[in-house]
Write a protein that binds this ligand. Structure first.
Ligand code: GRG
Length: 305
């Protein structure tokens, strides 16, 4: 079942659209994931458990709405959206492992290593990551090999050592490293920002967008991603676990380098609002078709999950 917790002020349009995207995305993932049969069924079940389990599906929503700016075919955008969600779900499974954040709850349910076991969780994460590249490199995603190659390259860079995995490494050493605000910004940009960037730029890649519009989406994603992360840090100290569907208060307990630790709650909140406004301004080259992206920038700072 898909659970999306948005605040009332995000308006019925955005809530309904995100819920609609979540359903379509779930159907696409169900088609693309291996069916839980055969000797490897336990692995396939864990992959399904990790990805068909709710979540806001924010990155897929960004892919689909950036693709709409360039008139991309809906099925192609949905396949790329599914690939990004596979990478995101893999990162959550591995992040929850005892060797990393050691979390027992995710999206309101037992984490994958709790529900299955550690080895299965590691393998399910690995298999979700590699499935993403299988999807992106398929001719069903795009007929043009150059576009498929660009998608694969952008995703690999965003997810890898100079992107999300590198950011996770910085996160693991944050307590000892005592990063200043510049260090925290870099950590968060790598850990979560690069995946938002590839989600927003995927539309431009699929639709052969020109450099100016590609860069506008990159700048939007950069500011929106930081606003999202500051909101995440604020949720960690002020949120409610029942709404968030995960353990909160862990950044402080771990002494981690977060925006709230670096700026305090009030300055962090002001910074998030400023970044959301700035993100929207980067969308000036686009017409009303970018309105969903504009709404998302404000939604990420108001969300409660
Ligand atoms: C293990 C390689 C590796 C990377 C982990 C993404 C990540 C890096 C860790 C997730 C842990 C975390 C709480 C990160 C901060 C922000 C974040 C990415 C939250 C989860 O994303 P949401 O809010 O989650 O979009 P849903 O469940 O809605 O998809």
């Amino acid at each position: 079942m898909t659970v999306i917790a948005l605040s009332g002020s995000d308006g019925p349009d955005l809530r309904a659209l995100m819920a609609e995207t979540a359903i379509e995305l779930g159907q696409m993932l169900d088609r693309l994931l291996p069916k839980p049969v055969g000797d490897e069924a336990r692995l396939f079940e864990a992959m399904r458990y990790a990805s068909l389990n709710g979540g806001k599906r924010l990155r897929p929503f960004l892919v689909i709405n950036s693709a709409k700016l360039f008139g991309v075919a809906a099925d192609a955008a949905l396949r790329v959206a599914a690939a990004i969600e596979c990478v995101h779900c893999y990162s959550l499974v591995h992040d929850d492992l005892p060797a990393m954040d050691d979390d027992a709850t995710r999206r309101g349910k037992p984490t994958v290593h709790v529900q299955f076991d550690e080895a299965t969780a590691i393998l399910a994460g690995d298999a979700l990551l590699t499935l993403a590249f299988e999807i992106l490199s398929s001719t069903e995603t795009h007929a043009d090999p150059q576009i498929r190659c660009n998608l694969v390259s952008a995703m690999a860079k965003a997810a890898g050592a100079r992107g999300m995995v590198g950011g996770q490494m910085l996160d693991m050493i944050a307590a000892e490293a005592e990063f200043d605000i510049g260090g925290v910004t870099r950590l968060q940009r790598l850990k979560t920002g690069e995946m938002f960037a590839v989600a927003c730029e995927a539309g431009a890649i699929l639709g052969r967008g020109d450099m100016a519009r590609h860069q506008a989406l990159h700048a939007y994603a950069h500011d929106m991603g930081l606003a999202f992360q500051i909101a995440d840090d604020l949720l960690d100290v002020e949120g409610r676990e029942e709404e968030a569907g995960k353990r909160l208060g862990k950044d402080d307990a771990a002494g981690k380098g977060t925006f709230v630790a670096a700026l305090g709650t009030e300055r962090a909140r002001a910074q998030a609002l400023m970044l959301a406004d700035q993100a929207v301004r980067h969308l000036e080259p686009f017409d009303g078709r970018a309105d969903n992206l504009r709404r998302v920038a404000h939604y990420v700072v108001r969300r409660r999950a």
